[in-house]
Design a protein around this ligand. Structure first.
Ligand SMILES: Nc1nc2c(ncn2[C@@H]2O[C@H](COP(=O)(O)OP(=O)(O)O)[C@@H](O)[C@H]2O)c(=O)[nH]1
Ligand SMILES: [Mg+2]
Length: 388
């Protein structure tokens, strides 16, 4: 029982007699295929069918399978957090019992953690991912929930996924308030992490039993988003807060760029005798250089355990330069189409253009120019059991 495993796969269950034996079997075969030493922890909320009996029978034969039956405060998120507390490893992976999440991907999550990421999210919304057999209503609801979550965590395409892996240290001291279905959001909002990675997967709807999504769950979710926002403002030291900090720095640098642009345009035209359009081109370039320098050393300064994906400052500059030129073109495109085709007053079109381009520019640069990755630990620092 006290063996330290390489990973704990937590399966929350409520009335899963049709799926539980097969999912345990599938998780165990993905362990043996990849050579991972893992345990399986089923966390059940007093299922009224045979789920508990079935798991107890399996655990008599398989030493790495355990079940916890909870008697109070039932709920999916609460069960997952209980699983975290009872796990015998430093790495937790949560997976549904109903085969909505493919267990054969477990080794991919494991690899991403070994690369140095602290959280790995199974995503339906990155390339290679998808959703099978979902009615339109559920798709729309899920997209709404995902959109809301992405405002808090722009780096994560599927912040409400139920399929994820997380290192123990991320959640150990986090003041989690588990409720509803979206425990991952709670972890992202209140846990301590710098580096996240996503694994694409295709979500397939349950084959046996029925789903428990309801209006109550949607309202709980909205409340949870507000709660995480409030937490971020109170604590001022979580990933949401850091994102806001970066965004406001980026905005501040953008304003300094305007000052550089205007100043240079004036000086070059008045004192150096440049034709004003030539002067403007030079002024734009100077403001791009100004913005790059401040963003590089201030806005996007990486935390200690991460390093820039583009190691050379020159490459980061080239990337920033291209994004800036594209921004100019997009801004002009918006100004032109809103004013010429839709008859919007040109100052309003311009303002909309600036807003759109500001956010576009921020997110593209954040994810392209200043993309971060875990430090390359070097071979000596990796111990043999990391390879298992
Ligand atoms: N322990 C526990 N597990 C739950 C509860 N509700 C759902 N589950 C489990 O959580 C997983 C996802 O639930 P499901 O109803 O399929 O959600 P959906 O796929 O979003 O419709 C399944 O493994 C369920 O058995 C609950 O209240 N407690
Ligand atoms: Mg399901």
């Amino acid at each position: 029982m006290n063996t330290e495993y390489g990973i704990t796969v937590i399966i929350p269950t409520f009335n899963e007699e049709n799926n539980i034996a097969s999912i345990i079997h599938a998780v165990n075969s993905s362990f043996s295929k990849s050579g991972i030493s893992g345990e399986i922890l089923v966390v059940d909320d007093e299922s009224r069918d045979e789920t508990i009996e079935i798991v107890r029978n399996i655990s008599r034969k398989c030493g790495n399978v355990r079940i916890i039956v909870r008697h109070e405060d039932h709920g999916l998120s609460q069960s997952v957090v209980e699983g975290f507390k009872q796990a015998n490893s430093e790495l937790f992976l949560v997976i549904d019992a109903d085969f909505s999440h493919p267990p054969e991907l477990i080794p991919r999550f494991y690899e991403e953690i070994k690369k140095g990421h602290e959280v790995v999210v199974g995503s339906r919304y990155i390339r290679g991912g998808g959703i099978r057999q979902w009615p339109l209503k559920r798709r729309v609801l899920s997209l709404g929930a995902t959109g809301l979550g992405r405002i808090l965590f722009p780096e994560v395409t599927d912040p409400v996924s139920g399929f994820f892996a997380v290192k123990k240290e991320v959640v150990e001291r986090a003041p989690l308030k588990p409720r509803g279905y979206k425990i991952l959001m709670e972890i992202l909002g209140k846990g301590r992490w710098d580096s996240i990675s996503e694994v694409p997967f295709t979500f397939s709807d349950r084959k046996g039993g029925e789903s428990k999504l309801s209006l109550k769950i949607i309202l709980e979710y909205i409340e949870q988003v507000l709660n995480i926002t409030k937490y971020s403002i109170d604590v001022r030291d979580n990933s949401v807060w850091n994102e806001w900090k970066r965004l406001s720095r980026f905005c501040f640098v953008g304003l300094s760029g305007i000052a550089v642009n205007m100043g240079a345009l004036y000086l070059l035209t008045e004192y150096s005798g440049f034709y004003f359009l030539t002067a403007s081109a030079v002024a734009i370039e100077l403001s791009i250089i100004n913005n790059f320098i401040w963003n590089d050393i201030w806005t996007f300064k990486p935390p200690e355990n991460l390093s820039p994906h583009r190691e050379s400052r020159f490459h980061r500059f080239l990337s920033f330069q291209c994004v800036s030129i594209a921004s100019l073109l997009i801004n002009m495109g918006i100004l032109y189409s809103l004013t010429d085709f839709l008859g919007v007053y040109y100052m309003i079109s311009n303002f909309i253009g600036i807003l759109v381009v500001f956010f576009w520019n921020y997110f593209v640069n954040r994810n392209l120019t200043w993309k971060l990755q875990p430090f390359d630990r070097g071979c000596e620092e990796i111990s043999p059991e990391d390879f298992n």
